[in-house]
Design a protein around this ligand. Structure first.
Ligand code: 0PR
Length: 384
């Protein structure tokens, strides 16, 4: 490190140099990201609340009230009036908190010491982290022909050690929606915690349903659903790191709270201690600014773009993996291996991502990918 101070100008010259090596969402070339440009109003609120620490909410009572309001607003489109939870660092922290709550309650109420969780093959790798950290065995359920969890296999995997079942509403690779209603019934019959990972789909499915899209139920209206992950920093247009975890009631948060004696609150349930208030403020701002109509418009635009891309690649003779349910399109070349196709697309300056199950090129139609970018991509795919 330098001993003598360096001028602001010098520092920013250096920072600009490094930043110029980063990809920019606004270029429309990032095809495989679930994050996108934060809405300008969210950026403004983020900066205003930069110093606020929700790890010690007695010092930041106003920011704490904002976090509570955000949870209530999210609850208003996930069929719950008074959710309990937090705005956290992302889907990973949210999922770990949910599984931790399920494990602790199963331990305290059923005496389970060697717990297991049941997840679809399509579950995000954060559940691997959760099972490792929480010492739980992971049981994976195979997918059906449309790449959704096959609920008929779930009951076979349940045993006296099962602490949670996970369903995904908007899978990471393909944007599919698991049969959450069936999972809810199974969870209720067997008295097991059902967690829904709607990190990606939580900010789009409810709004698409509202404007008439026939998508399945996945939220707290289903009695078996005890917790939902829903990330403002994905389809919510909030800045990173804004995840959301909502529980049905206080019992779940209590089960993961530890004493924090010298703070202004005496208990803390998040994994992270010192934590941002800025993300709650930013999420509050963008949610108010867009309203349900704004999110419905954005979700429809993204889905329309996905359908447009899907139809176009089919017309070009590419093989579509599955008709898009949400704004993710996965496809393959009829002759080339996926990795070779990925390389050819990368060569044309696109930032490509591949799905693993099945192997395919995967494009997430986030807000930064506009129609003109898709048209350009289609033209490159035509050449290839
Ligand atoms: N649950 C689901 C369904 C997800 O898709 C993701 C992340 C998570 C949980 C975990 O969320 P956090 O990453 O917020 O902890 N899905 C994307 C993925 O892993 C995240 C992502 C975002 C990846 C932007 C790349 C990228 O450029 O693919």
């Amino acid at each position: 490190m330098n001993k003598e101070p360096i001028s602001e100008e010098e520092i920013f010259k250096e920072l600009d140099f490094y930043q110029s090596q980063d990809c920019k969402y606004s270029d429309g070339r990032i095809l495989g990201s679930m994050c996108t440009q934060a809405h300008p109003i969210a950026q403004k609120a983020f900066i205003q609340f930069l110093e606020s620490n929700l790890g010690d909410p007695g010092l930041f009572k106003g920011t704490k009230a904002i976090e509570d309001k955000v949870l209530k607003m999210i609850g208003s489109f996930l069929s719950i009036e008074n959710p309990v939870g937090h705005i956290v660092t992302g889907g990973t922290e949210a999922n770990i908190m949910a599984i931790r709550a399920a494990r602790n309650i199963a331990r305290d109420e059923k005496g389970i010491s060697q717990g297991e969780i049941i997840v679809p093959q399509s579950a995000h790798f954060s559940f691997k982290k959760a099972s490792d950290i929480l010492n739980l065995k992971l049981r994976e359920i195979v997918l059906d022909d449309s790449y959704q969890l096959d609920a008929s296999f779930v009951e076979d995997e349940i045993n006296e050690n099962t602490v949670a079942i996970v369903g995904v509403a908007g899978t990471t690779e393909l944007g599919m929606i698991d049969p959450i209603e069936e999972l809810s019934n199974i969870a209720l019959e067997n008295n097991i915690h059902l967690h829904v990972d709607a990190a990606f789909g939580g900010f789009s499915i409810p709004f698409l349903k509202e404007i008439g899209y026939g998508l399945p139920e996945f939220d707290f209206s289903l009695k078996g659903v005890k917790s939902i992950t829903v990330d403002p920093h994905k389809m919510g247009l909030a800045p990173i790191p804004a995840g959301g975890i909502l529980f049905r009631n206080e019992e779940y948060l209590d089960s993961i709270s530890v004493n924090s004696p010298y703070l202004t609150i005496k208990h803390q349930s998040t994994i992270v201690g010192t934590r941002m208030g800025a993300t709650s403020a930013a999420t509050f701002a963008v949610m108010k600014y867009l309203g349900k109509d704004g999110y419905a418009r954005l979700a429809k635009e993204s889905l329309d773009n996905a359908i447009f891309l899907a139809e176009s690649v089919k017309q070009l003779g590419y093989e579509l993996v599955v008709e898009p349910k949400l704004n993710i399109v996965a496809f393959n070349h009829p002759k080339l291996e996926t990795d070779d196709l990925a390389q050819l697309i990368e060569k044309r300056d696109w930032k490509v991502s591949c799905s693993s199950c099945p192997k395919a090129i995967r494009v997430i139609l986030m807000n930064h990918i506009k129609r003109e970018h898709i048209v350009e991509l289609i033209s490159d795919l035509k050449d290839i």
